[in-house]
Design a binder for this molecule. Structure first.
Ligand code: GLV
Ligand code: MG
Length: 324
């Protein structure tokens, strides 16, 4: 049985820590860090000669455990290389039961997602694993990928997230950005990344998936990281990569609702449920304090409550029905 869509979309992914599979030291350290998700890399952070060793390190680290509640992902090499199938076969045969998702970088077409889905299904069957449990995270890193993003998101029920890969993307479209995540120098375009992020977000949302922002390369500039992360969070993205432990707290904070917004969302859900019930007068629109709430308010509240719950937030204020 594939895992339910709700379970997939509710995985918290505010911070996704990048860890090179070639470094056992960094892998061990990552286990104890408070990131929601970790991805063990066999792609661009690992030199070609170190890839076989990275695969072995990753299998060992996953089967050994100690990852807590983190979403455990492995980034394989993209389908234009000679490495992809070996990456997937070795990692999933060796550690498929201890792995949540495979991240596929530089996705350019729906076919590439389908190819990974088929390969995963075969390995799951031959290893006696639950078929369909391992998810796919699709990284959009070039113009072709962005043009095809709607089809990519819809290509397999395994797709859980669509991720923006700004470094490769900027290179692919010749954008003159020196600091990834910032505006190209000399431009006052408001937000050079708005179009790309919104395309990714629409494709993800149309398929009930999460949209994730990629890395901010200036790892010591936490202020810059926070500024860029806030922009993505304001648009509606669910999380961002972190390349350094120093970026984790900022990501977790930026992508969590504020306590008052979380409380308010939960209160809207409770109040609306009551007002629409027999006891509450079967009303489709009602007042919560000075605010008019209706079905659309409930939908907006569900988003914030879902993010808060996924982040483990607790209510600090609780609405109760009026007494008469
Ligand atoms: C990440 O992979 C990027 O290219 O930004
Ligand atoms: Mg990349």
């Amino acid at each position: 049985m594939p895992i339910s869509d709700a379970a997939r979309t509710l995985r918290p992914r505010r911070s996704n820590l990048a860890v090179p599979g070639s470094s056992t030291k960094m892998i061990t350290k990552a286990k104890g860090l408070p990131a929601d998700q970790v991805f063990l890399d066999i792609e661009d952070a690992v030199a070609p000669l170190a890839k076989p060793e990275a695969r072995r390190n990753i299998v060992a680290a996953l089967t050994e455990g100690g990852w807590g509640e983190k979403v455990r992902t492995v980034r394989v090499n993209d389908w234009t290389t000679q490495w992809t199938y070996t990456d997937v076969v070795e990692v999933v045969s060796g550690a498929g039961a201890d792995l949540d998702c495979i991240m596929l970088p530089k996705v350019q077409s729906a076919d590439q997602v389908v190819a990974l889905d088929l390969l995963l299904t075969q390995i799951e069957k031959s290893e006696g694993l639950e078929v369909g449990r391992i998810g796919i995270e699709a990284q959009i890193e070039n113009a072709r990928g962005l043009i095809a993003v709607d089809a990519i998101a819809a290509a397999s029920p395994r797709v859980e997230t669509i991720i923006f890969g700004p470094a490769d993307f900027m290179a692919s479209i010749n954008m003159k950005s020196l600091v990834v995540g910032e505006q190209p120098p000399g431009y006052d375009v408001g937000d050079a990344y708005h179009y790309i992020l919104m395309r990714i977000l629409m494709a993800a949302r149309a398929n009930d998936q999460q949209a994730i922002d990629g890395p901010y390369l200036q790892i010591r500039d936490v202020e810059g990281f926070t500024r860029v992360a806030r922009r993505s969070a304001a648009l509606g993205l669910d999380g961002k990569w972190v390349l350094h432990p120093g970026q984790i707290d900022a990501a977790n904070e930026v992508f969590s609702p504020r306590q008052e917004d979380y409380d308010h969302a939960e209160n809207i859900l409770d109040a609306y449920e009551w007002y629409t019930s027999e006891a509450g007068g079967k009303r489709g629109a009602a007042m919560l304090g000075d605010e008019m709430i209706d079905e659309a308010s409930r939908k907006m509240a569900l988003v914030i409550a879902g993010k808060g719950r996924a982040a483990g937030m607790q209510r600090s204020d609780r609405w109760t029905p009026p007494q008469d």
